[in-house]
Design a protein around this ligand. Structure first.
Ligand SMILES: [Zn+2]
Ligand SMILES: [Zn+2]
Length: 204
């Protein structure tokens, strides 16, 4: 008796599967009807699926991003400005969770941006009398010493990454250059001209 029931159930299941395969449009309509009728349940199913296939989703979205970079960035920015409060909470939580990783990524990003800028401005201290080439000794110089004013105006504060980003976005303007810390501090102390150049003038 029970065996009969089981067999009938299996038969019914295969038949219904066959029907669903043969009538994709009708099946879709039925499913959509159900989804509209039970939005909460449907949402839960989707969430569960996403939780189970997280890896697959990440791969797929990465692939999609490669093909639609500009569009994705635009959409993301729009979403972020719309949900600013939520984003702030989420970022804070993320920072608390993997602070070390984030700080390292920041440092790497900083180094990359700085190396791009250094290469663009000639790869060495641009003071004519200074041979310094080591990137660890090089820094961005505001031509004419308007660094403090510039930082205030553009709210970059002590965050060098913002300054680097801005320089790159502006297309490496002539108002910036690369100096070593020595020439940078020297020119700050003596009113915008590096002491190297002062010495040259006084000797003559
Ligand atoms: Zn120098
Ligand atoms: Zn100098």
């Amino acid at each position: 008796m029970t065996r009969d029931i089981v067999r009938r159930r299996i038969q019914w299941a295969t038949a219904s599967r066959r029907w669903r395969r043969r009538h994709p449009e009708q099946r879709k309509a039925i499913e959509q009807k159900w989804q509209r009728k039970h939005p909460e349940k449907w949402k839960k199913i989707g969430l569960n699926w996403r939780r189970k296939n997280r890896k697959h989703l990440r791969c797929a979205s990465a692939r999609w991003y490669q093909g639609h970079k500009r569009r994705t960035r635009l959409n993301n920015n729009r979403w972020r400005t719309k949900n600013r409060k939520y984003v702030r909470v989420r970022e804070r939580r993320r920072y608390a969770r993997d602070r070390k990783k984030i700080l390292m990524q920041c440092r790497q990003m900083n180094a990359t941006l700085k190396s791009i800028i250094i290469a663009e401005y000639g790869g060495k201290c641009t003071c004519p009398k200074c041979p310094e080439k080591n990137p660890a000794f090089l820094t961005v110089e505001h031509v004419g010493g308007r660094g403090c004013k510039d930082r205030k105006e553009n709210r970059s504060g002590a965050i060098s990454m913002r300054l680097y980003r801005r320089i790159i976005a502006l297309g490496f303007p002539k108002t910036f250059t690369i100096f070593c810390w020595n020439c940078n501090a020297g020119s700050y102390r003596s009113g915008g001209i590096c002491p190297h150049m002062r010495q040259k003038k006084s000797r003559r």
